[in-house]
Design a protein around this ligand. Structure first.
Ligand code: OOB
Length: 525
């Protein structure tokens, strides 16, 4: 957490206001109870109804013994339950640990273990996958887990809809306490948990709503998985509810599903990763759907190229906002009054006047203005340490609390940043972050794999795809065999190598490390 001098400054300057996240919805319910807060398919909830649902769930959770300070792994897709449950947890001071729908046993078991979660919340089925089977496996490995709650048919577990009770007086969470955990993209090994406090996340969503121009007339389409920081609070679902707008949920961001919703609900704002933005641009040419209500398209999570960036306004008929952010904190946005040039060619500038940014060379020395280097940052909504990861924290932060983002950027005199690459060992596959070390670890567990190295290969659509180079032990395993093996180990699908290449030796660097650069060149050829 932040040293007291910083906390005092952030309060004094009005970033930290003592707001708890449960009140974001409470205030809207008081001011405009009958306005539509949330749309999930045919289900529509006004602010009062969503607020009452969250209160009933909060009471029910307390009733089954979930209390302030407890952690709950929330593994729900974009559904109304995700939203009501989140507010219920915020209100009792229990902390959601947000898993992505694509995560499987490996990731979930790890999250349960690190957070000592007391409950795990799943849908019954989603996207053709039965989460109850997963829950049974996870439960066997997670001694602290007391409850599995299911949205839908509970099978052997408890129905989330049965966890409801008449409202009871709720505790008052400390605004400086942890409100939720987000997952890091994972620079090393397994994903790390990022603690976000009520104060810091309330600022994150409020300031994001302001900079994005959200208001009561906003209709926000949550097309990306809402467990991710971008659609959750940048400004996303929470920022929209803060602004008094309407959130529309969809589990599928494909144009075929999203465009009819945009037409039906008169959606004004949405957020996409570049790969999806490309699909939408293509689909917009041919669609008969009326998407003219769209006012703003936010694109982030990976670098949007200049070409597609310039196509957004003419082809989708809305403004573009580039968003360069991270679950760890720092958010950069292009602004409404930035020139077209800046919006098309930069990844925005930091949200907060007190976001401190340094750009350093390999020795940690600040580069000349305009030169490229690693981005370091510190500020009122950027973490000071991952949850229970002292060794990793010692490497991921400077002594004075700057977070090493692993991103290579350069700054314009205006403060806008241009993302030029990265130093961290992560593959950014359509905005989904794949830790090479994590996947290599799983590959090495295969009996026919002597050594393995995963690299990113540039890809027009996804930005990057993954290629695994393998040194076999005996007969070389096939791509299909390795994929099946990794799936079996409970790895999320997006982490499976897109390609496997078998080598007899790795190229090495001068200091004797496997040369990922040489491998990447080879994979790109
Ligand atoms: C967002 O968050 P994460 O935690 O999934 O990933 C963060 C990383 C950044 O460090 C950077 O490497 C990459 O994703 N990234 C971008 C980018 N936005 C994120 N790289 C280039 N250009 C961009 N516009 O991805 C995230 C969180 C909140 C808002 C938006 C994105």
């Amino acid at each position: 957490m932040w040293p007291e001098a910083f906390a005092a400054r952030y309060r004094e300057r009005g970033y930290w206001t003592g707001t708890v996240l449960g009140d974001v919805l409470r205030r809207g319910a008081g001011r405009h109870p009958r306005r539509t807060a949330l749309v999930d398919g045919d289900r529509r909830y006004d602010y009062a109804a969503l607020d009452a649902w969250a209160d009933r769930t909060a009471a029910g959770l307390l009733g089954i013994g979930i209390a302030a300070g407890d952690n709950v792994v929330v593994h729900l897709p974009n559904t109304a339950e995700f939203v009501s449950l989140s507010f219920a947890l915020f209100r009792i001071g229990a902390r959601p640990v947000y898993a992505l729908p694509a995560h499987r046993r490996s990731e979930i078991a790890h999250m349960c273990a690190v957070s000592e979660a007391v409950a795990y919340v799943i849908p019954d089925r989603h996207a053709g996958y039965d989460f109850r089977g997963l829950a049974a496996e996870v439960r066997a490995e997670a001694p602290a887990l007391r409850h599995v709650l299911v949205a839908g048919d509970p099978g052997p577990f408890t129905a989330l809809s049965d966890v409801g009770a008449d409202p009871v007086p709720l505790p008052d969470p400390d605004p400086s306490s942890v409100a939720l955990f987000l997952l890091s993209g994972g620079t090393t090994g397994l994903p790390k948990l990022i603690p976000r406090t009520h104060d810091d996340y309330a600022y994150n969503l409020r300031a994001s709503a302001e900079v994005t121009g959200l208001g009561e007339d906003t209709v926000y389409l949550a097309a990306l998985p809402v467990a991710h920081n971008f659609p959750l609070a940048c400004p996303g679902v929470l920022g929209t509810l803060h602004a008094g707008g309407t959130v529309v949920l969809t589990a599928s961001p494909s144009p075929a599903d999203a465009f009819p919703l945009i037409e039906r609900e008169r959606v004004t704002v949405t957020a996409l990763v570049p790969a999806l933005a490309l699909l939408w641009l293509e689909a917009a040419k041919a669609t008969r759907r009326d998407v003219s209500s769209l006012r703003l398209l936010q694109v982030g999570g990976a670098k949007l190229k200049e070409g597609p960036a310039r196509r957004v306004a003419p082809e989708l008929g809305c403004a573009l906002q580039q968003v360069f952010g991270m679950a760890e904190g720092l958010l950069c946005y292009t602004r409404g009054d930035d020139s077209d040039e800046v919006v098309a060619t930069t990844q925005g500038r930091p949200l907060c006047p007190d976001d401190e940014v340094r750009i350093v060379d390999a020795d940690g020395v600040d580069v000349e203005p305009g030169a490229t280097g690693q981005l370091l940052t510190r500020g009122p909504y950027t973490l000071r340490g991952y949850h229970r990861a002292p060794e990793h924290n010692a490497r991921a932060f400077t002594d004075d609390g700057f977070y090493l983002t692993g991103d290579l950027v350069r700054a314009l005199p205006s403060g806008h940043l241009v993302v030029e690459g990265r130093v961290k060992e992560v593959i950014n596959r359509a905005g989904e972050k794949v830790s090479t070390e994590e996947v290599e670890g799983h590959l090495l567990a295969h009996p026919a794999v002597h050594d393995a190295a995963l690299v990113g290969v540039p890809d027009d659509l996804l930005g990057e795809r993954s290629c695994a180079f393998v040194l076999p032990r005996g007969a070389a395993p096939s791509h299909a065999e390795l994929t099946a093996f990794l799936r079996d180990r409970g790895l999320a699908d997006y982490k499976l190598p897109d390609r496997v290449e078998v080598l007899t030796a790795f190229p090495y660097t001068a200091v004797g490390k496997v040369s990922k650069k040489a491998l990447a060149r080879r994979a790109a050829d």
